[in-house]
Design a protein around this ligand. Structure first.
Ligand code: SF4
Length: 422
């Protein structure tokens, strides 16, 4: 039974809620019919600070005999149940179990990985990015309780992700690959950029070698040979080159998608559709000034997003390394946890989050008139980008996934990592 699946917890991650209320301002909380009825039965009125004309729910779709909803938002984008102190009214009045399941789980994510559940975290939460709170490994019993609420029966039978679009893998091979990439990312004497370039090199070797046709000991030995090869090859001998042409265009469109903030608080109108089209056109062109993509990312010169950063602050390097390791260990880049993507394209998507984060961090600094990018900018940029990673429907579309494949086919991914990591 899935309920007995053991948990694999990230060893290097801490987390406790610091009641910043950020999650209640930026996520759409989808609810079941039972959760909707439970909230109706809680009897919310103006005495609880909920105006009579404020709807509690928004219908998001329906099929014959079935509807689904999300919680409504206040005009400022906050959940209808978030109070002025940043606390949840449902939690305050009826206790934690009375909240929708999505709120109880956040920022955790549970991903079936063969005969165990890999536990990941969403880095849209600033406390996760800053590694604040209790070590996750000390929260096992609480996480086991949450896992029982979310993991469906039969999770043990989940199909492993393929290596590429056509090459199947066993769960054993998937987990050996995860270990290999984690080994690269765990190296202590390399910057996150150097490690990521090694990881992308390993994806190239894996794709070329058709490693999935090897089994057991041979698979492990070949993988070790590849790890040795990428560890000895220098990734940074040539000066980074700016992304031009299709690589530059595709990257700006991809980064623009990560930089958006969709709070669900505003209605989609012809005006908002037009401004999205205009923003896409401006990002594709990449000249003059950027479009304002959200309140934290106002218009700045595109050129300011291409300036060198220099060596990343140690704390920012550590955040990005931990981000990648937690995502890799939790399989939060492929298979059921990531739009059904195979292992290699999923890993390419994850690798691209780093140049995206550094592009957004430059933007945050530039709009405050600063040339220097600091740890604070990187921290906020991670929260902005990871809000979408694996959750935004836009990232799961054919167009977006094809964009990653185009960048990989043009050898653009290491160029982008090296350019924005400099
Ligand atoms: S129901 Fe409560 S915990 Fe969930 S988003 Fe709303 S305020 Fe936050």
């Amino acid at each position: 039974m899935s309920k007995s699946l053991p948990l694999e917890l990230p060893q290097l991650q801490n987390w406790s809620c610091h009641t910043c209320g950020g999650c209640c301002k930026q996520h759409g909380i989808y609810i079941t019919a039972e959760e909707r009825q439970r909230i109706i039965d809680q009897g919310w009125t103006e005495a609880d600070g909920i105006p009579a004309d404020q709807p509690l729910f928004v219908e998001m779709g329906h099929l014959p005999g079935r509807k689904w909803w999300r919680l409504a938002h206040q005009p400022d984008g906050s959940c209808v149940f978030l109070d002025e102190r940043g606390l949840c009214k449902i939690h305050g009045k009826f206790g934690e179990p009375a909240k929708p399941l999505a709120c109880r789980i956040y920022p955790y994510a549970f991903h079936p990985a063969g005969d165990y559940l890999a536990v990941g975290l969403r880095f849209s939460c600033p406390s996760v990015v800053e590694n604040l709170g209790t070590p996750v490994v000390e929260q096992r019993s609480e996480l086991q309780r949450l896992a029982r609420l979310v993991v469906p029966e039969g999770a043990r039978a989940t199909t492993p992700p393929k290596l590429t679009d056509k090459q199947p893998l066993t769960w054993e091979q998937v987990l050996q690959l995860v270990d290999a990439f984690d080994t690269i990312l765990a190296q202590e004497d390399h910057s996150v950029i150097a490690k990521l370039l090694q990881a992308v090199q390993l994806t190239d070797l894996l794709t070329a070698a058709k490693i999935e046709s090897f089994a057991g000991k041979q698979f492990v030995e070949l993988l070790q040979l590849m790890l040795d090869a990428v560890a000895t090859e220098s990734c940074d001998s040539a000066a980074p080159q700016p992304p031009r042409g299709i690589v530059g265009t595709q990257f700006r469109l991809l980064a623009g998608q990560y930089a958006r903030k969709d709070t669900y608080s505003t209605q989609i109108t012809w005006g908002s559709r037009w401004s999205m089209l205009w923003a896409g056109w401006a990002l594709a062109r990449g000249r003059g000034n950027t479009p304002a993509l959200q309140a934290r990312l106002q218009s700045v010169p595109f050129a300011s997003l291409e300036n060198p950063i220099g060596v990343l602050p140690v704390a920012a390097d550590e955040m990005l390394t931990r981000y990648l390791r937690v995502k890799v260990q939790a399989l939060h880049f492929c298979g059921a946890a990531y739009y059904g993507e195979p292992f290699i394209p999923g890993l390419h998507s994850l690798a691209l989050v780093v140049p995206v984060v550094l592009w957004i961090a430059r933007w945050l600094a530039a709009q405050e008139g600063r040339a220097a990018v600091g740890t604070k900018d990187v921290l906020e940029a991670i929260t902005i980008a990871d809000h979408h990673h694996g959750y935004s429907p836009a990232l799961g579309t054919w167009t977006f996934r094809n964009r990653i494949r185009t960048l990989a086919a043009m050898k653009g991914i290491p160029r982008l990592i090296a350019w924005y990591g400099r």
